[in-house]
Design a protein around this ligand. Structure first.
Ligand code: GLU
Length: 309
């Protein structure tokens, strides 16, 4: 059945657009579509080119939150960023001006993520980015690095993100300089990985931070719980409520067309229990979510009854 869902989605007419506001992403091939699903026993279902490389983009917001929260403790992170959904686009500035003290609403929008990037362990951009690539590597079992072409391309067009960082600095939410926070955030967005890696990260969150291959906890259960709640309520930009209702699993998307999903308990063909799902298809809708990715997830959630609600 899942095979026929994949085939129906891949053969549907192309809709959406590439994330062409980042020039380096405007050249991606439009018709890529890959899926990787892994359960807690290591059983796998995969479709398409799941080893194709994508950049994390907004999905990095989950990883940097986990690293910062475990480094400083959740309470200290919450002094600088809330955990409330906004319903605004990811790069919106409006609430930094009108909300009380300009505190960023949550770590899944740019204002919150730029703040969190500045709180990562280390005193340089390199050290802060490395804290996240090292963390991801522990989960995926391989090295990860920044795609500097994508990073440069983002820096050249980071007008809104720079404005957001300036507001944050003016209101005393950033550690270090505006440029350091901006560079760290955009390098995190430019970390490369595959759909398979996304699924492994999804499984890791489903296990509340237990690295199954080593039977070792990398983050606290509290950090994992906060991450899942943030993904469910704020993970899909200003369509998060809609997808909580129609899909009902914690997810985080990025404008490169990737989606990371974490299934607490379910059965998909011979896979069962806790699962991670990675999906990648670069054509995104006007909100920023992968068109084919969300279509596929909606169909499998319905068919396999994956919603937590
Ligand atoms: N690099 C992107 C930006 O801040 C992240 C976009 C995203 O995936 O939401 O513009």
């Amino acid at each position: 059945m899942i095979q026929s869902i994949f085939e129906a989605v891949i053969s549907a007419p192309e809709k959406g657009h590439l994330a062409d506001y980042i020039p380096a992403l405007a050249n991606q091939s439009k018709n890529l579509f890959a899926v990787y699903i892994i359960d807690e026993k290591g059983e796998v279902l995969s479709f398409g080119d799941f080893k194709d490389v994508l950049t994390l983009q907004s999905i990095s917001k989950v990883m940097s939150f986990m690293v910062a929260a475990d480094h400083l403790g959740i309470d200290q992170v919450l002094e600088k960023v809330d955990v409330e959904p906004t319903g605004d686009p990811f790069n919106s500035i409006v609430r930094l001006e009108v909300a009380e003290k300009g505190k960023p609403f949550n770590p899944m929008i740019n204002a919150g993520a730029i703040t969190v990037a500045s709180l990562l362990p280390g005193n340089t951009v390199e050290a802060r980015v490395k804290s996240v690539t090292d963390f991801i590597s522990q989960v995926t079992g391989r090295e990860h690095s920044v795609n500097y072409k994508v990073f440069q391309s983002e820096m050249e067009t980071a007008y809104r993100n720079r404005a957001i960082a300036n507001y944050l600095k003016a209101n005393d939410y950033l550690r270090g300089t505006v440029e350091e926070a901006l560079e760290t955030y955009l390098q995190l967005c430019s970390i490369e990985l595959t759909t398979e890696d996304l699924a492994k990260l999804g499984l890791f969150i489903a296990t509340d931070g237990l690295l199954l291959t080593e039977n070792k906890n990398l983050i606290t259960r509290k950090t994992a719980r906060f991450s899942k709640a943030l993904m469910m309520t704020c993970g899909l930009y200003n369509a998060s409520g809609k997808y909580a209702a129609t899909i009902g699993i914690p997810m985080k998307s990025g404008v490169s067309g990737g989606v990371l999903c974490t299934v607490q308990n379910g059965q998909i063909e011979h896979l069962q229990g806790r699962m991670g799902i990675g999906v990648f298809s670069p054509m995104i809708d006007e909100i920023g979510n992968s068109v084919k990715g969300m279509d596929f997830l909606q169909k499998i959630s319905e068919h396999y009854n994956l919603s937590v609600f």
